[in-house]
Design a protein around this ligand. Structure first.
Ligand code: ADP
Ligand code: MG
Length: 721
């Protein structure tokens, strides 16, 4: 980026690398422009005939920006994005020309065999198709020497089954819209509404560390987190990092990140230091869920790439450093009509308050009925280190409402809502439901699913994850509850009820639903031990690890839910369970082998060197006729620890799941072939063995002098200068 570019005000830079807005106007004929605008802004499916005009225009625009290649950009179940580039250049009789046809825009056929499909597709049936998602703007991805046109696409098998994260997300967005509109219809507030839009704004937390430290640690390079490392003498005890002044080098990094993202049309709004040393946050203004998800993937990619320009590495892992605050991705979620009304905004008029309470209660019901599924939607090996670690929301899902709304629920439950708590204002309106001020209630940082005034913040999502899946699940469970409440109201009040009739029906229904699902609401301290006991008493699912949570995707209840709302069929859902379980096992398997490698090649040799040094000191000192009991004791302790570490390494090797594992009977091998069983084995045997080895290594680290310790320490890595 040069100074001249810098001088442009940011609003001029915004979206310059996206095929949207001005670029469309300049390159498309009026009617096609209108149509594509409708698609981009309101999600109206494009007419197939526009594809050829759009392709020609998109090509011209991309060439202007120096693009030489195009790619269908998609989101396979790996959790990252995928792209296969093709050149525009095509040989012809009169030399070469640039080609980009309607077909090349709308459909691609990447070899799908190397992407996880969870059994949907056998490897020999390699066919997979990408299909243009015209609702998310195409963009140009630049590197210093290249520019590539990226067309956001869905990725499906030749049977039409979703092999990606976007397809089910789009289906869930549609489903929640349909069901929400039924409720609007009952309240007579659906005029001019053709769609209800899922809105999303995700706060991304991340760490920055020096590139040099990263290069010197195999665990960071291979696993994205440290597998060993003794605590630094200073952590976040002083609370001096959170919202603190941003170091200059970090600021330079953030400025470049934001600029790159602005060019790509990602509306970044907020940047600040996070709680842990070396930890930061970036957050955009919310957008529709599909585009927000694409933008979130781009944000992670840009964070990683730009960090390198500044001598940093950006760690997106949920828990790069043990004992230090981990990173999440707070998923701010709401629903809004395409006429701009936020359905979770308690507005002033009593009438819409009643509608708000229906939507709110429906979400509470959804989370209670499917707390296990919501927990499963954010279950990964990385996120397990974070959830419940007294810093992030626990693995138990509950809803935070705040005093005021909780009080209103009390009243609804009693069937006679009369007043709002704060301000003591009595509601004298015709409808006896209370008025709800906008910012009702305080914040609760410990809650995994908190109402924050006009949206819910699902705070348990992990920092490295794609947000497509958690939102697919959230939309689907909410669609079911909207369906339920709409059906009940249609039954009791009829399709076009009078206000009085509607009020009676709503009150009766909310009373019932609140009574049934109130148990999921918890406003207290989610970190406390009492809550664990209380949650158990309330019968809420406690799924501590991903190995416990992921099998929820296989239940009949989950299958029926996803099928009913057309989000995933049985096979598609099974595939996800399979892929996520396998990923959990694979990640921890890689961690185990990396740990063993570091312990054997770096930690033990350092211990031996120190041992030699100490032994030398003992011999020399005693040779000089002096007593050296202290050093001798230290030497003995070192030997003891080294022996214990060797044993602990062996124990990890014994239970590790790859073919290289030391002990494996045929029966055991058979058992481990089932990903769900293997996940339990990993949880019960492998992780504890790794933890044990780590504990010893960390003790050794504290004994071994700096000149013999081969790895960058926490105290060096965490404090960027
Ligand atoms: P916090 O104070 O919770 O850290 P931030 O300002 O960092 O809040 O982030 C809040 C996020 O919530 C932003 O991305 C914001 O755009 C998003 N948000 C606000 N309103 C909505 C909404 N109606 N739907 C979805 N997201 C929203
Ligand atoms: Mg924030």
């Amino acid at each position: 980026m040069n100074q001249n570019d810098d001088a442009r005000i940011l609003s001029e830079v915004f979206g310059t690398l996206t095929f949207a807005g001005e670029a469309l106007r300049r390159h498309l004929p009026g009617d096609v422009y209108e149509m594509l605008q409708q698609t981009l802004q309101r999600g109206v499916p494009p007419d197939p005939w526009i594809a050829s005009t759009v392709a020609t225009a998109m090509k011209a625009w991309a060439l202007e920006h120096g693009a030489t290649h195009y790619t269908h950009w998609f989101q396979p179940l790996t959790g990252s994005t995928a792209e296969k580039h093709d050149a525009f250049l095509s040989p012809s009789e009169n030399g070469a020309i640039e080609v980009f046809s309607a077909d090349q825009l709308t459909q691609g056929e990447p070899d799908a065999s190397s992407f996880p499909s969870g059994g949907i597709r056998e490897t020999f049936e390699a066919r997979g198709y990408t299909a243009w998602d015209a609702t998310s703007p195409a963009f140009i991805f630049k590197t210093p020497d290249s520019a590539t046109l990226c067309v956001p696409t869905a990725f499906v098998s030749w049977t039409g089954e979703a092999l990606d994260k976007k397809t089910p997300l789009l289906r869930s967005i549609q489903s929640v819209s349909e069901q929400a509109r039924r409720i609007l219809r009952i309240f007579g507030t659906d005029e001019g509404v053709s769609q209800v839009i899922t809105t999303l704004g995700c706060e991304q937390e991340y760490f920055l560390i020096e590139r040099d430290f990263y290069d010197r640690r195999e665990d960071l390079r291979l696993c994205g987190r440290t597998l060993i490392g003794a605590a630094a003498p200073k952590g976040h005890q002083l609370d001096d990092h959170y919202f603190g002044a941003i170091p200059e080098r970090v600021m330079a990094f953030m400025t470049e990140v934001e600029r790159r993202l602005y060019e790509l049309g990602v509306p970044i709004k907020t940047r600040h230091n996070e709680v842990a040393p070396g930890q930061y946050e970036i957050a955009p203004v919310f957008e529709n869920a599909n585009v927000a998800t694409d933008h979130q993937m781009l944000t992670m990619q840009i964070l990683r790439t730009v960090a390198e320009h500044h001598g940093f590495v950006c760690l997106l892992h949920e828990k790069p450093f043990a004992g230090v605050n981990g990173s999440g991705k707070h998923n701010n979620w709401s629903l809004s009509t395409d006429t701009g009304v936020n359905l979770l905004d308690p507005r002033d008029e009593a009438h819409t308050n009643m509608q708000f309470l229906v939507f709110l209660t429906a979400v509470i019901r959804a989370v209670d009925l499917h707390a296990d599924l919501l927990r499963a939607s954010i279950a990964t090996a990385g996120n397990d280190h974070r959830l419940g670690a007294n810093e992030a929301p626990p693995a138990i899902i509950s809803v935070y409402l705040g005093d005021m709304l909780s009080d209103i629920l009390d009243q609804l439950e009693r069937g006679q809502a009369r007043s709002t708590k704060k301000g003591g204002q009595l509601n004298l309106g015709a409808l006896t439901l209370p008025q709800i001020p906008r910012h009702s209630g305080d914040r609760n940082r410990t809650s995994p699913f908190a109402f924050t005034g006009n949206r819910f913040e699902f705070r348990a999502a992990g920092s490295s994850a794609s947000i497509a899946w958690p939102n697919t699940v959230l939309n689907t469970i909410v669609a079911e509850s909207f369906d339920y409440l709409a059906s009940e109201l249609e039954k009791t009040a009829g399709k076009n009820p009078s206000p009085a009739r509607l009020e009676t029906a709503v009150k009766a229904l909310l009373k019932k639903v609140v009574k049934q699902h109130r148990r999921i609401v918890f406003d207290g301290d989610n970190y406390s031990e009492e809550w664990q006991r209380e949650a158990q008493r309330r019968g809420l699912p406690i799924l501590s690890t991903a190995a416990d949570a992921l099998p929820v995707l296989k239940t009949r209840k989950s299958q029926a839910l996803f099928k009913r709302y057309g989000v995933l069929n049985k096979r598609e859902l099974e595939a996800r369970a399979e892929v996520y379980l396998e990923k959990y096992n694979t990640i921890i398997g890689i961690e185990a082998r990396t740990l063993v490698s570091m312990l054997k090649r770096e930690v033990l040799p350092a211990a031996v060197r120190f041992q030699t040094e100490l032994a030398g000191a003992v011999t020399a000192t005693e040779g000089a006729g002096l007593d050296n009991a202290d050093t001798r004791t230290q030497l003995e302790y070192l030997l003891e620890l080294s022996a214990a570490l060797r044993k602990a390494i062996h124990a990890v090797e014994m239970v590790e799941c790859s073919d290289r594992a030391l002990s494996r009977s045929a029966a055991e091998a058979q058992e481990l072939a089932d990903p769900e069983k293997q996940a339990r084995h990993v949880r019960d045997k492998l992780l504890p063995a790794m933890e044990k080895a780590r504990g010893i290594a960390d003790t050794l680290e504290q004994l071994i002098p700096d000149d013999l310790w081969p790895l960058p320490r926490y105290s060096e890595m965490l404090f960027v200068k």
